[in-house]
Write a protein that binds this ligand. Structure first.
Ligand code: PRP
Ligand code: URA
Length: 207
């Protein structure tokens, strides 16, 4: 299922993020802020359980997160920009890393790193990467996670192209995708149009 988050705050911040004049510092901050707002929506259906506590005034029945523990898995590099704000909202989450880059000629993902929590199979995983372009990186990342036993995966991308969304839906129809925007499509370099350019370079200031 695809969820496009049209909240005004997300859309406003995304507009600034897309602007080519936005500085590296501001870009990085905005990726974090948008991720925090998206996390709020993407966690909306997590199960809760009732527990009893005592406030300073009286006993109270309250709800806390139940069920599976959580893991946040960024796709390196750009996904790293989404982690800090999410961890500040879900401090008990474990963090895994999947290292992939797109071959500039073939646009296919090349794996260079993968380190996941030992008990990843028992966790609700939030796979995060700002860009979903051809879908190659997303499909490969979900393949890794499933090969390690993960069955509960939610993906969060800031911008997606229809081509990439279709690829993920075809390969992994069980994975919910949360996006701040679905753009027109891809150009001849497999960049999202209008997109925001190269997310990794803009977060880390490498170009
Ligand atoms: C970007 C982005 C995704 C991938 C999306 O990473 O962060 O991981 O491209 O493209 P796809 O859907 O066509 O696979 P990139 O390969 O540029 O690596 P980087 O984050 O290290 O810059
Ligand atoms: N990766 C990016 O960072 N941007 C795109 O538009 C496509 C892939």
């Amino acid at each position: 299922m695809v969820h496009v988050l049209e909240h005004p705050l997300i859309q406003h911040k995304l507009a600034i993020l897309r602007d080519k004049h936005t500085s590296v510092k501001e870009f990085r901050e905005l990726v974090g802020e948008i991720s925090g707002l998206m996390c709020y929506e993407a966690t909306r259906n997590l199960p809760t359980v009732e527990v009893e506590i005592e406030t300073p005034v009286a006993p109270a029945k309250v709800r806390v997160l139940a069920g599976k523990k959580l893991a946040i898995v960024p796709v390196l590099r750009a996904g790293l920009g989404m982690v800090d704000k999410m961890v500040s909202l879900i401090p008990s989450a474990k963090i895994g890393h999947i290292g992939l880059y797109r071959d500039p000629e073939t646009h296919k993902p090349v794996e260079y790193y993968c380190k996941l929590p030992e008990d990843i199979a028992n966790r609700q995983v939030f796979l995060v990467d700002p860009m979903l372009a051809t879908g190659g990186s997303a499909v490969a990342s979900i393949d890794f996670l499933k090969a390690r036993g993960c069955r509960n995966i939610i993906m969060m991308n800031i911008i997606g192209a229809p081509e990439g969304i279709r690829e993920v839906e075809k390969a992994h129809p069980d994975v919910d995708i949360y996006l701040a925007a679905v753009d027109q499509g891809l150009n001849e370099h497999a960049y999202i149009v209008p997109g925001l350019g190269d997310a990794g370079d803009r977060i880390f200031g490498t170009k």
